[in-house]
Structure formats: structure tokens, C-alpha cells
Design a protein around this ligand. Structure first.
Ligand SMILES: Cc1cc2nc3c(=O)[nH]c(=O)nc-3n(C[C@H](O)[C@H](O)[C@H](O)COP(=O)(O)OP(=O)(O)OC[C@H]3O[C@@H](n4cnc5c(N)ncnc54)[C@H](O)[C@@H]3O)c2cc1C
Ligand SMILES: NC(=O)c1ccc[n+]([C@@H]2O[C@H](COP(=O)([O-])OP(=O)(O)OC[C@H]3O[C@@H](n4cnc5c(N)ncnc54)[C@H](OP(=O)(O)O)[C@@H]3O)[C@@H](O)[C@H]2O)c1
Length: 282
């Protein structure tokens, strides 16, 4: 007689209880490559605007053991540190292990969030200054969506310049919406005062689709066009502080430009004039 194994036990996929689960509360899609979502915030999570956490979903079951492991990736928190919910701004990589799945999340779904925030794009890593530049490409805008909604940004600086370079116009929608929403931000109006948003200069540019301003921000700064368009003085180490978040080549090019202008790189342990973080690993 062959031993019979109860079918339900061997073949059933174990439904995992997600570790560090948070509930998705809102999802917005901007292009076929970009979306944002909000989720609940763990009561114990404290973070500084500009930091990132590891988030993800359960991976596919291992074919041999049927066990699932969390599939996690680094994500900048796009919401400010005071917000009750958390917001993230995400790429959709069609064959990306995480985002091929994450792009299909809906309100009510669970995601995994490891509540250990870290990162260099924080005010603590910069020395006091008069003007701050936020330089972003693509989804690298995410940490600045957080910092632009943090009162400290307006308390610490007289002028805030945010540059966002993307390939196509649609890829600027999220940053445009965030900037437009600032005027009506109740907390910022109350804490900083009416008209605080006049401190912001937003400089969106595209490189592969016609828009009002075309070109890489690096080229526009090198040619002086960005200074002319914005009506501001060139970068100088006495007044200017900067944060950079984009692809590796962009980060390195801007780093060189800032160093050439006399700014020094800072860190949490040694604040200086600029900080930099990758928006993705390669
Ligand atoms: C410190 C840090 C913060 C990050 N914050 C964010 C964030 O706020 N939002 C976000 O979407 N991603 C962010 N990333 C990238 C993120 O960790 C993942 O790489 C991304 O979610 C894709 O995951 P994946 O598993 O689908 O594909 P992966 O295997 O991780 O990536 C596949 C390929 O897709 C491309 N790619 C990955 N991420 C991006 C991106 N953000 N923009 C453009 N191309 C990309 C790269 O060419 C990469 O080799 C961050 C990365 C780091 C290191
Ligand atoms: N965005 C898309 O529509 C699209 C579609 C399919 C696949 N992908 C792939 O997805 C990955 C990421 O694409 P992405 O568009 O999100 O990010 P990206 O390649 O980092 O480009 C974002 C923006 O940054 C600019 N840029 C790149 N390097 C720069 C540098 N050294 N200095 C200044 N500006 C720089 C780009 O200008 P340039 O245009 O001049 O490079 C573009 O405007 C790439 O591997 C890409 O092939 C993108």
C-alpha cells in the first residue's frame, strides 16, 4: 500500500503573514514607467525628511521548498517627516523583480516596510547657508518631495531651487503636482507664513521631448543658461548648499561641478556644503 499524503497539506501554498506589513491607501499612475502610492505609517517610525527605507513584497515561492522570502528595495520616503501616512514615488521596470509586481498594487493591499530609515539627503548633513539647490533626475525627485514639504527647508533657507530633468514631459507630472500643491499646504502656510512658496524656484527640463525648457541641467548650468533663466547668481560655497539625487553619471558630473565651484561634500557625521545619493544602483 502506498502512503497517501493529504493533498491539502503538501500542495497548498502557505499564505504568508507579511512581516512589517503596512496597508496601501492610495495609488496614482503618471506614465507607463512612473507611479506613486501611499501607505499607513508604523506608529514607531521616526525619520528625517529625505531619508530612505527598505520596502517590498513577498517574492515568488521557492520551487523546491515553496517558501517565500521578502523582496525588498531601497525607497526614498516622498512624504515629509510630520505626515501621518507614508508616500513613495516609484519607477515601473517591466522585468524588475520588485516593480514588475509593485506597479499592480491597489488600495487595501499590503506591502512590507522595514522601519529603519537612513540616508544622506538630510538637513543635518549640511552647514547653514542662504540658498539650497535640489538637483534631481527621473524618480530621484522622491526625497525632494519630502524635503519640499518640510518646514525646516523654509526655516533654514531664504531661497530654494529645485531642478528636475527627465526625458519626457509626462515624467515631470509628479514634481509639478507637488510644487503646485505647496501653495495650499496648510501646515507650511501656518508655520512659515503666507507666501512662503515664493522662496521656491522650480526648474523642470526635458531632454528627449519638446518642452518649454530643454536640456540637461548640467549643460544648462555650465552654459550659464540656468542662472539667466532663474535670475540667480552662480553657485558659491559661502551661500549655496545642494542635494543631488539621480543616476550615477548625473551624480558624478554634478559632484565635479559643485567641487569646482568650491563646495565640499558633507555627511551626517561631518556636515558640509552638499550631499549626494543614488536614485538607483547602476
Ligand atoms: C538609496 C536608494 C533610494 C532609492 N529610492 C527609490 C525611489 O524613491 N523610487 C524608485 O522608484 N526607486 C528607488 N530606488 C531604486 C529601487 O531600489 C529599485 O531599484 C527599483 O524599485 C527597481 O526595483 P526592481 O526590483 O523592479 O528592479 P532592479 O533590479 O532593482 O532594477 C532593474 C534596473 O532598472 C533600473 N532602475 C532601477 N530603479 C530605477 C529608478 N528609480 N529609476 C530609473 N531606473 C531604475 C536600473 O537600470 C536597474 O538596473 C532607490 C535606490 C537606492 C539605492
Ligand atoms: N525614461 C524613459 O522613457 C525610458 C523608457 C524605457 C527605458 N528606460 C530605461 O530606464 C532607465 C532609467 O531611465 P530614466 O529616464 O528614468 O533615467 P535616466 O536615464 O537617468 O535619465 C533621466 C534624465 O537624466 C538625464 N541625464 C542622464 N545622465 C545625465 C548626466 N550625466 N547629466 C545630466 N543629466 C543626465 C537624462 O538626459 P538624456 O536624455 O540626455 O540622457 C534624462 O533627462 C534607463 O536604463 C533607460 O534606458 C527609460
Amino acid at each position: 500500500m502506498t502512503e497517501q499524503t493529504p493533498v491539502t497539506k503538501t500542495n497548498a501554498v502557505k499564505v504568508p503573514t507579511l512581516p512589517d506589513a503596512q496597508n496601501v491607501t492610495e495609488v496614482k499612475h503618471y506614465t507607463d514607467r512612473l507611479f506613486s502610492f501611499k501607505c499607513t505609517r508604523p506608529a514607531s517610525l521616526r525619520f528625517r525628511s529625505g531619508e530612505f527605507v527598505m520596502i517590498g513584497l513577498m517574492g515568488d515561492p521557492d520551487p523546491k521548498t515553496n517558501r517565500q522570502k521578502p523582496l525588498l528595495r531601497a525607497y526614498s520616503i516622498a512624504s515629509p517627516s510630520w505626515d501621518e501616512e507614508l508616500e513613495f514615488y516609484s519607477i515601473k521596470v517591466q522585468d524588475g523583480p520588485l516593480t514588475s509586481k509593485l506597479q499592480h498594487i491597489k488600495s487595501g493591499d499590503e506591502i512590507i516596510l522595514r522601519p529603519k530609515p537612513v540616508g544622506t539627503l538630510v538637513h543635518d548633513a549640511l552647514l547653514p547657508g542662504k540658498r539650497i539647490w535640489f538637483f534631481a533626475t527621473g524618480p530621484g525627485f522622491a526625497p525632494f518631495a519630502s524635503l519640499l514639504r518640510d518646514p525646516q527647508t523654509y526655516e533654514d533657507y531664504e531661497e530654494i531651487i529645485i531642478t528636475h530633468t527627465c526625458r519626457e514631459v509626462g515624467e515631470l507630472t509628479y514634481s509639478r503636482n507637488i510644487i503646485a500643491s505647496l501653495k495650499d499646504d496648510e501646515l507650511l502656510n501656518e508655520v512659515i507664513g503666507d507666501g512662503f512658496w515664493k522662496k521656491i524656484k522650480y526648474y523642470p527640463t526635458t531632454t528627449r521631448e519638446t518642452s518649454v525648457k530643454m536640456g540637461r541641467i548640467t549643460d544648462l548650468i555650465n552654459s550659464g543658461a540656468a542662472y539667466n533663466d532663474l535670475g540667480v547668481a552662480p553657485l558659491n560655497p559661502d551661500n549655496d548648499r545642494a542635494m543631488i539625487c539621480g543616476n550615477l553619471a548625473f551624480n558624478l558630473e554634478l559632484k565635479d561641478m559643485l567641487e569646482a565651484a568650491g563646495l565640499e561634500e558633507g555627511a551626517n557625521s561631518k556636515p558640509a556644503q552638499y550631499v549626494v545619493e543614488k536614485a538607483f544602483l547602476d
